[in-house]
Design a protein around this ligand. Structure first.
Ligand code: ZN
Length: 121
């Protein structure tokens, strides 16, 4: 009977460990989902700002107020992302990192021009 009790104890400990791991995974999953959601919103805002600036330039028009609102919204999203990442760089960012051949600045892998020196990538 003693052995059976020990077995039950071990089973209880294992179940606890599994539950804990599951909880951590769920937490990690939620954090990942939140990061993805923010990254998606950020890239969408950046794309919209790009399209807006292009349309304005093409039509020789100006709308500083709207551009400013986009810049502010993008800045807010970047801060939210940084906070959600907890300061550390996410793996996806590190994998996507590329460098400008002209000045060596870190640039987006799909960027056309270096944001630092303006060189073509
Ligand atoms: Zn550069």
């Amino acid at each position: 009977m003693k052995a059976l009790n020990r077995l039950a104890d071990i089973a209880a400990v294992c179940t606890d460990a599994v539950l804990q791991t599951t909880g951590e995974l769920a937490k990690k999953g939620r954090r990942q989902a939140e990061l993805l959601r923010l990254e998606h919103r950020l890239s969408r805002a950046q794309r919209q700002l790009g399209a807006l600036v292009y349309a304005l330039r093409k039509n020789n028009a100006q709308n500083e107020a709207l551009v400013e609102r986009y810049v502010e919204a993008i800045g807010a999203l970047e801060r939210q992302l940084e906070a959600a990442r907890g300061g550390e760089h996410s793996a996806s960012v590190c994998e996507d990192a590329a460098y400008c051949p002209q000045c060596g600045a870190t640039v987006d892998e799909d960027a056309l021009f270096c944001p630092s020196c303006g060189g073509r990538l």
